[in-house]
Design a protein around this ligand. Sequence first.
Ligand code: ADP
Ligand code: MG
Length: 360
Amino acid sequence: MDAPLLRFERVSKSYGAAQPAALSALDLNVARGELLTLLGPSGSGKTTTLMLLAGFELPDQGRILLEGRDIARLPPHRRGIGVVFQSYALFPHMTVAENVAFPLEARGIPRTERAARVARALEMVRLPAMGDRRPAQLSGGQQQRVALARAMVFEPPVVLLDEPLGALDKALREEMQHEIRGLHRRLGLTMLYVTHDQAEALTLSDRIAVLAGGRLRQVAPPRAIYDDPADAFVAGFVGENNRLPGRLRALADGVCTVALDGGGDAPARAAPGLSPGDACLLMVRPERVVLDAPGGLPATLAEALFQGDHIRLRLALPGGAEMVARQPVGTRAVPAPGEAVTIGWQAEDARAFRAAPVTV
Ligand code: ADP
Ligand code: MG
């Protein structure tokens, strides 16, 4: 395998002794040409990771290697990394072309070459005719494209994007996601993309790194994050998941039975390290829950909501637990509220995780 383009080695950062670490011993590799997303809730350390990489913050510990060279203590302008922030941070008094030319000017690129590169960068983000306008004369989506062009114009080895689509409405966000993926593919750019939006991360990424509380919980392709989350946090943060507390009963070949706290037994694949007798959380996705399952759990339908492409069922279990199931439209008569049903799932479709929060 190729050496990674970018490598975080045990990188830690704290903003003060009284505060918990913003980032704890981060180990992460980014391959050349990869689009890697940092995904996590607010305050999980995503922006800190980008700031350390761009050079606006210094790590307390650890090394940050770009093409094998430790850059953690170089000033920002010597790192050659392109950055796009949520607020586009375009210079309002400059034209679009002047904005895009700015990083080239700062690097002393001669005027004629500057003009050619700016034209190429604006072409790339599909704004070839907009060079003479001011940012205020563009839509939000167009401004964000200019910010992208400015971050890419000096052909940096890595482009960092910190929630760049956060200010856009849903339709525009989806269009820009498509645009960013296209740019990434066409230009073979290496991108580190920050978002707190799990759907965006699933759509865009080659791989997703999930952060919580300054710790890396899992790094894997979107499909593996969704189908095979490493812990209960990742399982709950990416996509929707039901959580049923219980105790692990029998375990064989990684498949277990969970005695649910609310009563009844249910099957799951057990996370590594769990043993019979351990308190655990059984997690199963709404689309994996089936009705009329032989040997399943008794439940009562609380509510059925028509969602267009599926029906969303809220189910009450004995013992007070609630679950959500998705039923494809037209496969079965929709139960009426108050009706008794039997629910179940395949062991392969559910996971039993350690109940306590995972600490590394
Ligand atoms: P995210 O981008 O995932 O929302 P951040 O990296 O911005 O998270 O923040 C991680 C933690 O560090 C948070 O608890 C935040 O309050 C704290 N933090 C971030 N920047 C600073 C700063 N400049 N000074 C003090 N604390 C900070
Ligand atoms: Mg942030």
